[in-house]
Design a binder for this molecule. Structure first.
Ligand SMILES: C[S@@+](CC[C@H](N)C(=O)[O-])C[C@H]1O[C@@H](n2cnc3c(N)ncnc32)[C@H](O)[C@@H]1O
Length: 304
């Protein structure tokens, strides 16, 4: 694998063994369907459960895309509804929809959803998701609002500080498609390859520098100057994901175990490399509320 830049700071891996670009950023795959099905089912369950309560229900799509997704499954290309369209189709619906997207070329498609759904309160925000989410979290008092947030980045884009702001609301349920492959690609096997950008990215996403001690151990004798050259990652990708789960469980009142999404096969018989880990996290500290939310999410994850 060779890393190349796509200008928006996400990782695009070029698979040198097959000679072509990894389709992960051009086309979704089997994982795209799974994450979207989970989200869609949860949105209906959430709105149904809260429909008799006085809360204003908000849907926040922090990496909204265009409302459509191109996917390639078993070599066959097709286009399916993306998260924004699925959220708008949820019945019962939300009182408000916030679609956040960084890339200007995707905004027109998102804005056309406003015209398609004239009765719905849709806000399209052109911004980096971290900045927009922190602003949204600060905008409400979260007493009479409840929200579902979909975090669906391509790579290592969600800052830990953003997750802290979300958890502090006590009112947002989160589906987080964690970039599992992004994590183990950034955390190079040999620590000598961990440049300053990679280290900063890992710390930004995990919210601590503790990953260094947990993932790496000393291979060669530390030299007289205390250099850590030659350290090797001894944590395999499962152990790295356990670290992520532990971090999330320390921040949110309730977090499901992740559903790992793979490159190929299907949900029951996956094949290929693990690409993402789909988490559900509830920020509501009320045990009755977070138990209900996580039980619904677990049932959905088990059904996929
Ligand atoms: C995996 S796609 C989202 C797909 C979408 N959730 C769907 O189901 O249709 C990720 C999106 O995030 C956007 N993006 C990348 N970096 C971003 C950032 N820092 N803030 C907001 N959006 C970003 C990309 O342009 C892309 O449209």
């Amino acid at each position: 694998m060779r890393k190349s830049s796509n200008g928006d700071n996400s990782l695009i891996e070029e698979d040198v063994s097959t000679g072509g670009p990894d389709d992960q950023h051009l086309f979704g795959g089997v994982w795209t369907r799974i994450k979207l099905e989970a989200l869609e089912k949860y949105l209906v369950a959430f709105n149904t459960a809260l429909s008799k309560q006085r809360f204003t229900r908000i849907y926040i799509d922090a990496f909204a895309g265009t409302g459509r997704c191109d996917i390639k499954v078993k070599g066959e290309k097709t286009s399916i509804d993306g998260s924004a369209r699925r959220a708008l189709a949820a019945d019962p619906g939300f009182h408000k929809y916030c679609f956040i997207e960084l890339l200007p070329k995707k905004l027109a498609a998102l804005r056309s959803l406003e015209a398609e759904h004239p009765g719905k309160a849709i806000e399209v925000i052109q911004s980096d998701a971290n900045a927009a989410l922190k602003a949204l979290c600060a905008q409400y008092r979260w007493r009479s609002e409840r929200a579902v947030l979909f975090l669906d980045p391509f790579g290592m884009h969600v800052e830990w500080a953003t997750l802290e702001a979300i958890a502090a609301t006590g009112a947002i349920d989160v589906w987080y498609l964690f970039p599992y492959a992004g994590l183990y690609r950034q955390a190079a096997k040999n620590a000598d390859a961990l440049d300053a950008d990679k280290q900063a990215s890992l710390t930004r996403v995990l919210g601590t520098g503790e990953w260094r001690k947990t993932f790496y151990s000393q291979k060669r004798q530390t030299d007289l100057f205390g250099s850590d050259e030659g350290d090797e990652r001894n944590a395999d990708h499962r152990e790295m994901l356990s670290f992520v789960s532990k971090r999330l469980k320390g921040l949110f009142p309730a977090v499901t175990d992740p559903k790992v999404l793979y490159q190929g096969g299907d949900s029951k018989k996956p094949t290929g490399a693990p690409l993402f880990a789909l988490y559900f996290a509830a920020s509501n500290p009320n045990p009755a509320a977070y138990r209900l939310a996580t039980n619904i999410a677990k049932d959905i994850l088990n059904s996929l």
